[in-house]
Design a protein around this ligand. Sequence first.
Ligand code: SF4
Length: 387
Amino acid sequence: MNQEVQSAYVHFPFCVKKCAYCDFVSFAGKSDQMEPYVEALCKEIQLTRAESILEDSYAGLSTVYLGGGTPSHFSRVQIKKVLTQLEESFGINKDAEITLEVNPGTVDYSNFAAYRAIGINRISIGIQSFSPALLSTLGRIHTSQQGRDAISAARAAGFINISCDLMTGLPGQTRQDVIDSLSELIENEVPHISFYALSVEEGTPFYDYYHHHEDRLPDADLERDMYHSMIKILQQKGYNHYEISNCSLPGMESRHNMTYWKALPYYGFGCGACSFRNEWRTGNTTKLDEYISLMLGPASQLSDIKSDTDYITLSESRKEFMMLGFRLIQGVSIDEFAKRFDVQMNDIFGVELAELIAADLIFYEDGSYRLSRKGLDYANQVFRAFV
Ligand code: SF4
């Protein structure tokens, strides 16, 4: 039986300027394409609805995530147009979580007030750090003060559900830098905090600077120290460490991201976006011009923009459940596995689980297998056991 699709991700791949470490599907200096892109998005949503009406079972969207790129680079009218299209095509449930990613360099109070007025109820702010030197190294367009102002303005406009991102492992970053930035967020009572280690990706300016000069970056021990220090502080302040890279105050976990970690289906709209439904994972073209022209062309079809299409077999589906589920601190539940796949987890993965326990990477507790403290540092080894 097909699972209900309750989540939609919409990608807005435009930025004011490309950050020095970024390899996401995002483009700078293409503002003239933003309006046609919104039209193309609406078309893709309509076509998906027409296709899915025969295939999917659903009762409206429970989570919508507007990510990027920089969605807040778009006008409120453009963002509203996309939300309206989602509502008309799929319906958005009254209690849906609707998140908008925001770059502090693109917003003020009036933006946040407008976002509230069009139904957005969760804001994710890309703070990264409050250190002026680190923001400059990263090539971010905002200052640390703009980061602070964005949090205050979001709150003043009535947002309660606010998430902020921080980065670790940055060039020249000290443990104290990380703690200082984190402390500001905690003092501001930001209810959801995500933290990501820098990954030096090919094709970025950072790759040229650091790929052969890793000595210019904090070493692995220091990066791990930053990570565990953050978690310890957050837990002392009442935050729940619920996913490898995410902590929240009780009840403020990201419902949308839970869809991914629970390996549930979702729609993905936009250039470079991925979808997962009815055992098919598909990826849209990452070429902006191609995406727009194909979607807005005569007799456009969804298949035109799909650059990747993979059928997820039952065996792969079970492995993904494990791989993604281990990202959650609550781990993978043997009951949930049995309910989803009608077979016992230990009958399928008994060998792998025993080896991971022997390596002290996971442990069993209260009906679930979870990452150990060592497993948090070597999570990739755990994921690889299910590839
Ligand atoms: S704002 Fe985000 S998506 Fe845009 S260039 Fe910077 S890191 Fe990449």
